[in-house]
Design a protein around this ligand. Structure first.
Ligand code: GLN
Length: 202
């Protein structure tokens, strides 16, 4: 079983730990540089990207995380985690930095006030079976993708019709990001997809 860390600075860490364990991985909370070095892969949870960025600096894991992601370690980010994996952020706070690795531009809090939080069924490439019931909470969307980034899902219908909400890319195609939170629904298929990505990287 691969050992997958969950960045445990802020956000819905426990939900990801549970989902990863249920999807067949060993999941461990990670907050120190030595822990960042030890895991096979990392999940960046949902929460608040600005808070996680600031805490990552305080705990001296910003650079170690950047280096491991740039070096090909697989990572999966949901919502705030998607922002943290993006190379470029629109509507971030002044000076907001990310860990980067995914050649995408994300727009933070993109869905706007009326649909701050909403749910939709989205078909995700690589996830077999029915559409995924996706929960969006003050979510980002992907505004632009660079070469080498695969779109995995778009919203269908409604005000956000056609917006990209799941991608895969990175130095070894080991980076996965979703605007939504599969860790909150009990549907393990996105976590299972990521666990497969990690297994293939070992
Ligand atoms: N709006 C949050 C941010 O900018 C993300 C929200 C979430 O993770 N549910 O980080």
């Amino acid at each position: 079983r691969p050992e997958i860390g969950v960045l445990a600075l802020q956000g819905d860490v426990r939900e990801h730990v549970r989902a990863l364990e249920a999807a067949g991985a060993r999941a461990v909370p990670v907050r120190r540089p030595s822990e960042v070095e030890a895991v096979d892969a990392l999940v960046l949870p949902g929460g608040e990207s600005t808070t996680m960025w600031r805490l990552a600096r305080t705990f001296d894991v910003l650079e170690p995380l950047r280096a491991r992601i740039a070096g090909g370690m697989p990572a999966y980010g949901s919502c705030a985690g998607m922002i943290l994996l993006a190379d470029r952020v629109l509507d971030g706070v002044e000076g907001q930095e990310t860990f980067g690795g995914l050649d995408i531009t994300v727009r933070r809090n993109a869905f706007g006030r009326q649909v701050d939080s909403f749910e939709a069924d989205v078909e995700v490439d690589g996830v077999p079976g029915d559409a995924v019931h996706a929960v969006f909470i003050r979510a980002p969307w992907v505004e632009q993708t660079g070469p080498g980034v695969q779109e995995l899902a778009r919203v269908k219908g409604g005000a956000a019709d056609g917006r990209i909400v799941a991608v895969r890319g990175g130095p070894t195609q080991g980076l996965v990001a979703t605007s939504f939170h599969p860790e909150l629904t009990g549907d393990l298929r996105v976590h299972a997809l990521f666990v497969d990505v990690v297994r293939q990287s070992l």
